[in-house]
Design a protein around this ligand. Structure first.
Ligand code: FAD
Ligand code: MLT
Ligand code: ZN
Length: 505
């Protein structure tokens, strides 16, 4: 009998387990190749000799037990299922190198897996690819407390790294709801955005270097810790956001900013989306350099976190809610700025109710309302998940449009996200997966997004689910060059096949 299908993620919050628990709440996940039109490519099948060879490379860390494999074959959203028979747990880059050299020679396909919290089906095999887990590559290599440079293995869990650097007066430049489970290597591989993007920007700026193992086993050591380095092409950028298709990231060097001395969070109710936008505008003007996050969620999100997670709204019921975070170095200065801002908002009618948190416990509780929407949605039913970049003034338009289009065929249509980054999370829930409902959503959502010159993947990546829609956001010449790069680095296509690049006709 399996346990609960939920496990702890982040500080005390729950995240759905990527396993097919037989509990009544967790229905079986259909095999990916039965749900989607995809053909297995002619890779070799793992043999007894291969297993013996792996056992020599990573003794005692070759997993073939079906129950253990189950959690790694199913994605977090419980929307994809592979049928891998082998999972390997290397501890070092050398072990990864031996594994890949062997797989390259034998033409065995490999799916790298970090915390398996990805949202686009990139983290689990489509067929029987070998799963290469970074779970045991979890050592901090060094931390330099003058520069704030952290060097660590790729399998370190984000929340553990946060703790490590916070004890030394720094913070990780990224944070996300899956922090208790996702790995820093997975974060780089997906170029994760998250909740601190507005303040610290993309990993493309904060990652100083990385080490990656190429498909043929070559170890590429670009693990620099320099702020400035213009010695030719910036190769690390190729691996950031490449979702395990160009190499396995084995170590990371990342710049951590100093920990802000004063953090405040305001949680506000707004009467309409126009007021949300106006609040953002006012916020940028009045809070300036201390603004560190501006997130929004609609009323349905609040209802769902209430219904499924029993979290109570701290403010009166409103059509929209925003979470504003400030981070600065002088508490009195920030408090003064913030109170002026809140007074102005309440007086102008942009905000109908609000609450302010200055202590850690309340700040966490307010953040939980926003961070745990993903979890509430997954408890609501099957989730159709869209993560799009749009001009901020059009950010919410698609939500009411889809509600009207889908009517009762959808259980809920919700919008939330990183408003400050122009990133909408548009989610539709239904009792179960339905190809007909998917047909109503796609390509409609993508065409709508392309019509606004938006991006069909703002921060979650492409994985399996978005690979055939890249053309909505990238010209054919870019796709061609991406394919050439893939062929150069992985000529046999063994790394994360069926992912990221459009299927070839
Ligand atoms: P996995 O899911 O295991 O893998 C993701 C992809 O990266 C796969 O293609 C995999 O093959 C590849 N990969 C993993 N490790 C490596 C490696 N070492 N080398 C090469 N390739 C690798 N995402 C955001 O961007 N912003 C958010 O705010 C956010 N919030 C989330 C909240 C919740 C509750 C959940 C469940 C997910 C959220 N995500 C978010 C999505 C997800 O957490 C991120 O994409 C995260 O970066 C994935 O990390 P992971 O270690 O779980 O990677
Ligand atoms: C978030 O911002 O909460 C994450 O990207 C996950 C999601 O989109 O649900
Ligand atoms: Zn997000």
């Amino acid at each position: 009998m399996w346990g609960s299908p939920w496990r702890v993620v982040g500080t005390g919050s729950l995240v759905r387990r990527g396993s097919s628990s037989t509990s009544s709440r967790a229905p079986e996940v259909v095999l990916t190749h039965e749900r989607y039109p995809v053909q297995r490519l002619p890779f070799s099948v793992v043999s007894e000799e291969d297993r013996a060879a792996f056992e020599r490379m990573v003794p005692g860390r070759v997993i073939m037990d079906p129950e253990e494999l189950e959690a790694s074959n199913v994605d977090w959203l419980r929307s994809m299922r592979g049928c891998s028979k082998v999972l390997l747990r290397p501890r070092t880059s050398e072990e990864v190198s031996h594994i890949l050299r062997y797989c390259h020679e034998r033409n065995l396909a490999v799916n790298t897996q970090g915390g398996n919290t990805g949202m686009v089906g990139g983290s689990v095999p489509v067929f029987d690819e070998i799963i290469l887990s970074t779970a045991l590559m979890n050592q901090v290599i060094s931390f330099h407390d003058m520069s704030g440079t952290l060097v660590c293995q790729a399998g370190c869990v984000l929340e553990e790294l946060s703790r490590h650097v916070e004890e030394r007066g720094f913070v990780m430049p990224l944070d996300l709801g899956a922090k208790g489970t996702c790995h820093i290597g997975g974060n780089l591989a997906t170029n994760a955005g998250g909740l601190r993007f507005l303040r610290y920007g993309s990993l493309r700026g904060t990652v100083l270097g990385l080490e990656a193992v190429l498909a043929d086993g070559t170890v590429l050591n670009c693990l620099m810790s320099l702020r400035k380095d213009n010695t030719g092409y910036d190769l690390k950028q190729l691996f950031i956001g490449s979702e395990g298709t160009l190499g396995v990231i084995t170590a990371v060097s990342i710049l951590c900013p100093p920990k802000p001395r004063a953090v405040n969070v305001a949680f506000l109710g707004c009467p309409g989306f126009a007021e949300v936008l106006q609040t953002f505008h006012t916020c940028r003007g009045m809070l300036g350099e201390i603004l560190s996050a501006f997130e929004f969620m609609d009323a349905t999100c609040m209802q769902l976190v209430g219904r499924h997670l029993h979290l109570a709204s701290p403010v009166q019921e409103s059509p929209f809610y925003v979470l504003v975070e400030t981070s600065g170095s002088r508490a009195e200065h920030d408090a003064e700025k913030l109170s002026g801002f809140l007074e102005q908002l309440l007086g102008s009618g942009l905000v109908t109710d609000g609450t302010l948190a200055t202590d850690q416990r309340k700040i966490k509780a307010l953040w939980a309302l926003r961070e745990r929407i993903t979890e509430a949605l997954s408890r609501d039913g099957y989730v159709y998940k869209y993560d799009i970049s749009l001009p901020v003034e059009r950010l919410y338009d698609l939500v009411p449009d889809l509600r009207a289009r889908l009517g009762p065929r959808a259980k809920h249509v919700v919008g939330y996200g990183h408003l400050g980054d122009g990133n909408l999370h548009l989610n539709v829930t239904a009792e179960a997966f339905s190809a007909a409902l998917l047909g109503e959503l796609e390509p409609y959502v993508y065409e709508w997004t392309a019509g606004q010159r938006g991006s069909v993947s703002a921060e979650h990546g492409v994985g399996f689910k978005k690979r055939d829609v890249l053309g909505y956001s990238k010209p054919p010449e870019a796709l061609h060059l991406m394919r050439q790069l893939k062929t150069l680095l992985d000529p046999k296509g063994i790394l994360n096949p069926y992912k990221t690049l459009p299927a070839q006709a």
